[in-house]
Design a protein around this ligand. Structure first.
Ligand code: GLC
Ligand code: GLC
Length: 654
């Protein structure tokens, strides 16, 4: 793209660059990438900030930030940048299997985590999301998401050196490191907030501050409450500043104001800082909230997308090998927009959390039916090429029941009553439910609630162990494996959650901690019991059954090219309300197909093989389950699928 206005501006900017930058050799790739992306960077920056008097100055600063961080980027990271540019579909491969963990919960601290990488490799994990490691005020940390210093590692878990050592060790083991950049807000103890409190106007402009309630009241008319019990409303009165400040999440998390280009540039610099310390992937937190507008719910605004596009374009110049994950827990029609508008222009994040699939899987667990799951998957808009899902069952956050009301109605349920049933089911208020979850963020005004709890406790392992019911123990283990078989085969990067691989139960100790007791999400942020983890080596234990089941599945997934995410999934209508069935073909050999079937019912189900043959499967000869390597049982040309069982099927000789 050659466009005169932006090109002449680029020339001016380059001429005015700081001599330190100009003196650098080896800037060739930087200039090539800047030239290729500048039109887009300039257009976006202009759309967002073009009406400001200091636009030109800010633009210069933006380019200098990209250049300085390119210079700071270690040579050993520039090589993977080039490799990934050449092999730009690298992250779509079925080889990647992720896990999210808190380094202190998993292994005390960052050094401990480094020493335990072999455990993760034993399972087959090669992508790690190490949850926030940055300095937060103790007790007012929101689990690491209320950052006081975006460049300082929390000293209780380690140092910058430890991060560098971890990144280096992971690179040697061919594992990817994911770190968070909490974009939307910062702790009220961050230096910027302190300076705002001291009356520095420049820093008050980093936030949304108001003298009186006039504007906040207008915003409140349409904004929703994220933490209604603990932090109602979206504004907090700051006594020292004598002003109201916007706080969409907790009252101690001040929302950053992206209508100020200085904020954009600061946060870009922080993204580069972590990219340069070895993050292969940056998880961008709460991206739906980046732009606030009166009269809207302040989520998913067009400008939030422009900001993400601009972050992406700038990152392509300085650190093109680095991927973004969008954490946007929003409606299905909105979530795919975080990939961008198309794969080349207006690109945003390569990866996004598939919260829709997660919530739908939980619906299938509670109802033992796949009706809503099937509809929900069908209603999920197609995603772009070169974009992929992060498929997960549990994470450090709650389970929100964010599926589409229309889909719920089409399944014959009333949306309000159905959600209430699910909450009751998972929080143990439903007679027949073995689940041991806790409600989270109950909103008395709207009746909404979300769910906390570990995977094992939610699927009944905790209650089964208490009652000593062997059958119920088996069932819960099978559900744990079934759910993982779905995220491992759906298409995208599966993201396991630490502790789930050994069936970790709820941790109730948070109730005794005054800083945590109000937030039930702490119930599922465990400290790993390494004695329990050792039991994975002892045949017949629960830990061994889960761990080895997952390990096997992960190893098999990596061998199935059809599971690479080239948008090849096809959902199949199989006429059985308890089954989910979909297929994938190998993008290089279209005739090579895998059929995934999961049974969410507590009784065995069957499926007509003739129907499957008519659909184009297993025409030549027999059927083989890739996970076990064996032929699944059939009777009268019916395929039998055990209670909570699953298959990854292929032709016997494929
Ligand atoms: C992100 C985090 C969540 C946190 C929220 C606010 O969504 O995943 O844990 O509470 O941001 O900081
Ligand atoms: C909301 C937000 C999400 C956050 C979560 C924390 O769902 O959309 O970003 O992680 O709350 O509970």
């Amino acid at each position: 793209m050659y466009e005169q206005v932006s090109h002449s501006l680029l020339n001016e900017i380059l001429l005015a660059l700081n001599p330190e930058i100009l003196r650098q050799e080896r800037m060739r790739y930087f200039y090539t990438r800047l030239g290729a992306n500048f039109y887009s960077i300039h257009s976006l920056f202009h759309l967002l900030y073009g009406d400001r008097d200091d636009f030109r100055e800010q633009m210069q600063k933006l380019v200098e930030t990209m250049a300085m961080q390119y210079i700071a980027r270690p040579e050993n990271l520039k090589k993977p940048d080039l490799d990934r540019e050449n092999d730009h579909n690298w992250f779509l491969s079925q080889q990647w299997v992720g896990m999210a963990l808190y380094s202190d919960g998993f292994a005390e601290n960052l050094k401990g985590l480094n020493a335990k990488l072999s455990y993760l490799q034993e399972l087959g994990i090669n992508m790690l999301h190490v949850m926030p490691v940055l300095d937060c005020p103790p007790g007012r940390s929101d689990g690491g998401y209320a950052v006081r210093d975006f460049r300082r590692v929390d000293e209780r878990i380690g140092s910058l050196e430890d991060i560098k050592a971890l990144a280096a060790a992971m690179r040697k083991r061919n594992m990817l490191l994911t770190l968070d950049v909490v974009l939307n807000h910062a702790s009220d103890e961050h230096e910027w907030a302190q300076r705002a409190r001291n009356g520095e106007k420049a820093y008050q402009d980093y936030y949304y501050v108001f003298d009186d309630r006039e504007m906040p009241d207008m915003f409140e008319e349409t904004m929703v409450e994220i933490f209604p019990e603990t932090s109602p409303g979206n504004f907090t009165w700051d006594e020292a500043m004598g002003k109201w400040v916007m706080t969409s999440f907790n009252s101690f998390q001040w929302d950053l104001n992206y209508s100020n280009p200085a904020v954009f540039i600061e946060m870009l610099d922080i993204i580069f800082h972590w990219a340069n310390h070895g993050a292969d992937i940056v998880r961008l937190d709460a991206v739906a909230f980046l732009w606030k507008k009166i009269g809207s719910n302040c989520q998913n605004e067009r400008e939030a997308h422009l900001i993400l596009q601009l972050f992406k374009d700038c990152c392509q110049v300085t650190a093109p090998g680095v991927l973004f994950i969008a954490e946007a827990i929003v409606a299905p029609v909105e979530v795919t927009k975080y990939f961008g508008e198309d794969a080349i222009n207006a690109k945003e994040c390569e990866i996004a959390y598939n919260a829709t699939f997660m919530a739908l899987l939980w619906d299938a667990v509670a109802t033992k039916k796949t009706d809503l799951l099937n509809r929900g998957i069908r209603s999920l808009p197609d995603k772009l090429e070169r974009a992929t899902w992060l498929n997960y069952i549990r994470c450090h956050d709650d389970i929100g029941l964010g599926f589409d009301d229309t889909d719920i109605r089409l399944c014959g349920y009333d949306p309000v009553a159905h959600r209430r049933f699910l909450i009751n089911y998972f929080t143990g208020n439903f007679a027949d439910s073995p689940a041991r979850g806790r409600p989270f963020a109950q909103n008395e005004k709207t009746g909404d609630a979300r769910i906390s709890g570990t995977l094992a406790s939610l699927v009944g392992l905790e209650s089964a162990l208490e009652s000593g019911d062997e059958e119920a123990i088996d069932a819960s283990i099978n559900i744990i494996l079934l759910l993982h078989s779905m995220i491992l085969s759906f298409g995208g990067i599966p993201l396991l959650y630490y502790g789930d691989e050994i069936g970790t139960l709820n941790d109730y100790s948070y109730q005794q901690d005054e800083h945590k007791s109000h937030d039930s999400r702490w119930i599922h942020r465990p400290t790993i019991d390494w004695d329990k983890a050792e039991l994975r080596k002892q045949p017949g234990t629960i830990e061994q059954r889960i761990f080895s089941g997952l390990k096997k599945m992960i190893a098999v997934r990596k061998e199935i090219p059809a599971f690479a995410d080239f948008n090849s999934r096809e959902l199949l209508a199989v006429n059985n309300p308890h089954l989910l069935a979909f297929s994938h073909f190998d993008h290089q050999h279209e005739s090579s197909k895998v059929l995934v079937i999961g049974n969410f019912d507590a009784s065995p189900q069957h499926l007509d093989l003739k129907m499957l043959r008519r659909m184009g499967f297993f025409q030549l000869d027999g059927v083989r389950d890739l996970c076990t390597g064996e032929s699944p049982p059939t009777f009268n040309d019916q395929l039998a699928i055990p209670a909570y069982g699953f298959y990854w099927l292929a032709d016997t000789h494929s």
